[in-house]
Design a protein around this ligand. Structure first.
Ligand code: NAP
Length: 245
């Protein structure tokens, strides 16, 4: 079940907490991997750990040229991309009244526009081959909102409309397009929170713990598999029951 042998996966944010877990789990299921991020040393040591059929491409997703180059180089690695996981993301939190234009623009650019641009490139090959799996990593706060995260929540919420519209355009061509909306997951991103902040979050999670990166990567494996071919335009909420949307 959920065999990914022969599937080529392009993963952004592979150097991060959730990305590293996605890479490991996809590899375990037999996928060939192209790992992308900005930190070359981390990508290379992950690639070394995962072994054969793993390539790395260093790219800054804030640059349009960088994204175009990533798409071109990634397709050249194994001749095709079957699964695209748009996982890279950033935060730049502040109360709305104090939100700087720069923080708004950067977060929207990486979390939304870069994912759109990369997908627009990669989907061409998927349409030709009549097969593809596109996954965007959104967030619970894209559905619920979060004080101090107007930019981040807006970027993650916008991915919902993007996903549904792409899904409708390509559904008849063997391509599915879905979102995963993680709740609060223990990673370097959430390590920035104080213990007090974490405890306040856990009180609101019925499962009574923060999520683990593996909770998210399991969802990615499932949505990438042949078994998920009838699931498109939807969001897989992985949040321990924090928000039963
Ligand atoms: P993370 O550890 O901070 O990783 C973020 C990843 O994004 C890194 O690999 C980073 O690459 C990449 N990235 C950031 N800016 C980039 C840029 N300009 N160009 C290329 N790559 C860039 O975060 P995470 O917790 O694993 O989050 C992964 C995804 O899950 C994000 O989309 C996040 O919004 C979402 N999410 C996380 C949580 C959570 O609780 N952790 C909850 C909901 C949703 P480099 O480090 O190499 O630059």
């Amino acid at each position: 079940m959920f065999d990914l042998n022969g599937k080529v996966v392009l993963l952004t944010g592979a150097s991060g907490g959730i990305g590293t877990s996605i890479a490991k789990k996809m590899k375990k299921q037999g996928a060939k991997l192209i790992l992308s991020g900005t930190r070359q040393n981390i990508l290379e040591s992950l690639s070394l750990e995962l072994g054969d059929d793993t390539k790395t491409i260093v790219t800054d997703l804030s640059s349009k040229e960088g994204i175009a180059k990533l798409a071109q180089e990634a397709e050249a690695c194994f001749g095709q991309i079957d699964v695209l996981i748009n996982n890279a993301g950033i935060t730049a939190d502040n109360l709305f009244l104090r939100m700087k234009d720069e923080d708004w623009d950067n977060v929207i650019n990486i979390n939304l526009s870069a994912s759109m641009r990369l997908t627009r490139q990669i989907i061409k090959g998927m349409l030709k081959r009549k097969f593809g799996r596109i996954i965007f990593i959104s967030s619970i706060v894209g559905y619920t909102g979060n004080p101090g995260q107007t930019n981040y929540s807006a970027s993650k919420s916008a991915l919902v409309g993007l996903t549904k519209s792409i899904a409708l355009e390509v559904a008849a061509r063997g391509i599915t397009c879905n979102l995963i909306a993680p709740g609060f997951i223990s990673t370097p991103m959430t390590d920035k929170l104080s213990d007090e902040q974490k405890n306040r979050i856990i009180v609101n999670i019925p499962v009574n713990r923060l999520g683990r990166v593996e909770d998210i990567s399991s969802g990615c494996v499932f949505l990438s598999s042949n078994e998920a071919s009838f699931i498109t335009g939807t969001t897989l909420h992985i949040n321990g029951g924090m928000s039963m949307i």
